[in-house]
Design a protein around this ligand. Structure first.
Ligand code: SAM
Length: 186
């Protein structure tokens, strides 16, 4: 069964295809699968910055990277993604958000609309032309629904001369399945 994360990864891989030396950002490290994907994708000349507010998430991510011998390609940052502009100076090719809480972790520690929107603005500011920002939102729980609405409105407000924005969900899945927003900069 296909997952929405796979669809996001396909879009990111397409945007980074042939892009030379790439910088990418995982805005929500969580269990580390998105970081691992990005670390493989950017190749030996590229680099990934990964943010999370929980040490537990960064530890899980570090363990995955170690197994894959890709530790050198990633900088793990224990800080909110709303601070990414403090850590990254150069233009980035991709920024990946997978909102919500750490699977198997404390569900009360989750992304929130306010900081997610700050981070999205910073991500678009850092994004190089041709680069992509993806956001997976989870409207299946109350706060996730509020956050999804905020992301939807933010995406809808982006100027069509500068950004192509798409919105995708697997409509034959459970009630209120996750949704993927993708923003490409012209
Ligand atoms: N990308 C992950 C993966 O591949 O497994 C899944 C991410 S998980 C659904 C969401 C993560 O966002 C949690 O680990 C949580 O701690 C983190 N988070 C919550 N607020 C955050 C913030 N302001 N900045 C960065 N990460 C945050």
């Amino acid at each position: 069964m296909i997952k929405i994360t796979e669809l996001a990864h396909r879009q990111v891989a397409e945007a980074l295809h042939g892009g030379g030396r790439c910088l990418a950002v995982d805005a929500t490290a969580g269990g580390g699968r998105d970081t691992l994907f990005l670390a493989r994708l950017v190749g030996p000349g590229g680099h990934v910055y990964t943010f999370d507010i929980q040490q537990e998430a960064l530890d899980q991510t570090a363990a995955l990277l170690k197994q894959a011998c890709l530790t050198d390609r990633v900088t793990l940052v224990r800080a909110g993604h709303e601070r990414m502009a403090e850590y990254i100076e150069n233009a980035v090719s991709a920024v990946v958000f997978n909102l919500g809480y750490l699977p198997g972790g404390d569900k009360s520690i989750a992304t929130s609309s306010e900081t997610t929107l700050i981070a999205l603005r910073q991500a678009l500011h850092l994004l190089r032309p041709g680069g992509i920002v993806t956001v997976i939102a989870y409207p299946g729980h109350a706060l996730g629904k509020i956050e999804r609405e905020a992301v939807f409105e933010f995406c809808r407000s982006l100027h069509s001369n500068t950004y192509a924005v798409s919105h995708l969900t697997l409509i034959n899945r459970e009630y209120e399945p996750p949704e993927l927003f993708s923003i490409t900069k012209y």
